[in-house]
Design a protein. Sequence first.
Length: 628
Amino acid sequence: MPPPGPRDLTVVGIGASAGGLDACRQLLSALPAGNGMAFILVQHLDPTHESMMVDLLASGTAMPVRQAADGMPVERDHFYVIPPGTYLSISKGVLHLCAPQAPRGSRLPFDFLLHSLAAECCTRAVCVVLSGTGADGSLGLKSIKEQWGFVIAQDPDEAAFDGMPRSAIMTGAVDLVLPLAKIPNALIAYDRRITLTQAQGGEAGQDAANDCLPRIIDLLRAKTGHDFALYKPGTLERRIGRRMAMSAVETDEMEGYLDILRSDAAELDLLARELLIHVTSFFRDSEVFCLLAEQIVSDLVRRHPPDQPLRVWVAGCSTGEETYSLAMLFREEIAAAKSNIKLQVFASDVDPDAIATGCEGSYPATIEAEVSPERLARFFSKEGQHYRVLPELRAAVVFTVHDLLADPPFSRLDLVSCRNLLIYLRPEAQAKIISLFHFALRDGGILLLGNSETIGVADGRFEAISRSDRLYRRIGRSRPGEGEFLANLGGGIRADARPALAPVPSRQAALAEQCQRLVLDAYAPAAVLINHQNQCLYTLGPIERYLRVPPGHATHDLLAMARQGLRGRLASAIRQASDASARVVIPGSRMNENGQPVSFSLDVQPMQRDGEELLLVSRFPSFGLRDE
């Protein structure tokens, strides 16, 4: 009888080092016979000594315990142990051994297994991090999470050595933190529910999903304000099924889960977080970043006008790792070219929690495996078990909550990076976003997509620089209708939108749209919407001229971000408008822009939204007052 396929068998990768033997023995003894899963243990072993792990573990379980061998098939109800001094992976249901390529002190065999396990088993890939020192597993478990697998960490407070579980938890990608005694039941429950979810994938299950998905989307929209209607149904179904599988809810049908979502706000919040899963890392897909550094970044810096900022947008920035990676490349090239070009990097994501992490700029010590020692020394400061982005790099980045499907884009951009987002969206949403990027980029601007994404039918709007690396250059003109979001800010694509044939605009309408775009780009004021705690809720226009991100903990306080010389007048205008509940205009403010003094007026206008008192703070140029 052939072994089960990788998508039919739950495979549990277990990582441990110091203190891990006792933890493994306890885990094994609590697992019932015939549990239906396969287990692979990676423990840091002395490569110069023969391992006795198989004998030590076999006495506590009815499962066969074997030392892994190259070409050995992975079977249900079997427990496999890595041999000393090797790397272990899984592919097509078979184990593979190879010699470690890294120096002994840098070896991460658990990460090596987890990367292959994620690709092999997808939702049936499970990672369990037990007692141990170091951070092995903290990178690989992100791959498990990206493929919708399941990640458990032993409670660090009970682990003999808490380094590995704490490092795993700090990634933010761990699903459950459990004491050792509860891990077996969590594994069994997850395997049972994943099996049932897959079994319901026939016509009956599909009919139920088609019926329930719109109602779940409506609940999520009311809870989060984010519209998942243009995500691919398969993506939504897999992630909802995964959440059902890993939760404690007692239901095996989507209809029953829908009832739970209606009554349990906490579960609805967890599902929303599941759908906004963030898996990223510094310099992810290193060959892509090598190409950027060698060809794209240097060319952009060399050709860029010195009197204009070089503008980059990372759309769907997650927790900021890719944003800072790109910022480092540009800062290095600008320094090497001895250029004075100002770098502006805009980082946007729909998830406020992810944006908050990026603003904080603090990452676990595991980034040592992703960021070179030279870059760590130049761009980060070590704070205990974390690295914090230095103010020089942080000041180049503006993080903002932004819905790519609904909010207006940034403009006059030199490079846009949007990786591993389009793949989850319906074709009509993908086409809309590609058009939006074309509109936002300057002529010759660069578009970078994820390694499983393409620009689709671009119709002469982009040319490929490297199709394999998903790197494109903007060519051609923007089309009539591509800028319609400027006339209806925030209109975007809505859930109730239906594909329709839009009338072809007249030449006069197209010229009017182009005129509108040029005027908005050149003369639109910098504006910030704030509440009565001075917290920034939304920004529009070139706010980077007047606001900066101060060093230290992240803040959204407008006055804290205001540049010196502006803060006092700004505070006075806000106070006057609040006290009088009326519009206040304060003329005569002056600042230096590109080395020249510029006069402008501050405009603060009270407004209401859903009963909340808000203030729109704008800066208007005092025309004719620019000093020559």
